[in-house]
Design a protein around this ligand. Structure first.
Ligand code: NAG
Ligand code: NAG
Length: 248
């Protein structure tokens, strides 16, 4: 790392670790002490193991760089670097950007099509400004950054007078369900005398569950996780509301 810093007369800004299924930030810096251009904050995610990996970072609103250079390499052979396929903010043409990445930030994405399994990678995102640049190096292993999109088509319907049937479909962006099955967690909330209480169920492997619940108003959400626990559960699906009436 000293060698890296020396070569580019770099101001090293920080070294920080984000543990627990996230890409690991290794090194960030700029080539201009004083007038510091903003350093991209890079987040990586695999929304369809093993083939759809995106690293994303927000475009700074006030002083956007002139361009970005994003390269990646295997950690143990860093001399062999590949260029990411860069996707500009707001470009709708790409089908690799998964549904849940639609935040309000204007995000750049870099798509890495075929990464090796169980291999450490280093990605270098460099923002180039007129006269300066700043970079962000992070390291990740595909297995740690798996996070599916949320399940879709969540429905809740009465099964009979006392029971509810909750059903959903797997995220359509998860392309290899036959090889890499998913499991699901269900969260439901019930408001009882004005106080919401939350309950969790699962993980379960089926796409449905039947629940016997007290009368009341409920909100249901489902998340999807890779069956063998790679990475983390998806974001929660949007809530579905149902009321179980009191029986006379
Ligand atoms: C992932 O992509 C590579 C290259 O595009 C392809 O050869 C491979 O079959 C894909 N893997 C799966 C599981 O689809
Ligand atoms: C990151 O990439 C930029 C642009 O390709 C390059 O100039 C720089 O040396 C790289 N930084 C490191 C630490 O590899």
């Amino acid at each position: 790392m000293a060698a890296i810093a020396g070569r580019a007369c770099v101001t090293v800004v920080l070294l920080l670790c984000v543990l627990g299924g996230q890409a690991l930030d290794l090194l960030m810096g700029t080539t201009t002490p004083g007038n510091s251009p903003s350093i991209p904050t890079v987040r990586c995610r695999c929304a369809s193991y093993p083939n759809v990996t995106l690293c994303s970072w927000p475009e700074p609103p006030h002083h956007p760089p002139t361009h970005y250079v994003a390269t990646y390499s295997e950690r143990h052979s860093q001399s062999v670097t590949k260029h990411c396929h860069l996707i500009q903010p707001g470009s709708s043409s790409s089908d690799v950007i998964s549904a849940s990445s639609s935040s309000s930030d204007r995000l750049w994405h870099c798509h890495m099509p075929s990464l090796k399994l169980l291999t450490d990678y280093i990605i270098n995102v460099t923002a180039v400004y007129s006269g300066s640049s700043s970079f962000h190096l992070s390291s990740f292993m595909l297995e740690d950054i798996v996070k599916p999109d949320p399940p879709v088509d969540v429905t809740v319907s009465p099964r009979d007078s006392k029971r509810l049937l909750v059903q959903w479909s797997p995220p359509p962006t998860w392309a290899h369900l036959d090889i890499f099955p998913l499991k699901y967690q269900i969260k439901y909330q019930r408001e009882s005398r004005g106080i919401p209480r939350s309950y969790n169920l699962g993980p379960i492997e089926s796409n449905w569950v039947v629940l016997k619940l007290k009368p009341g108003a409920y909100l249901f959400q489902v998340c999807a996780k890779e069956l063998l626990n790679l990475g983390e559960c998806s974001d929660w699906s949007s809530p579905v509301k149902i009321t179980i009436p009191r029986t006379k």
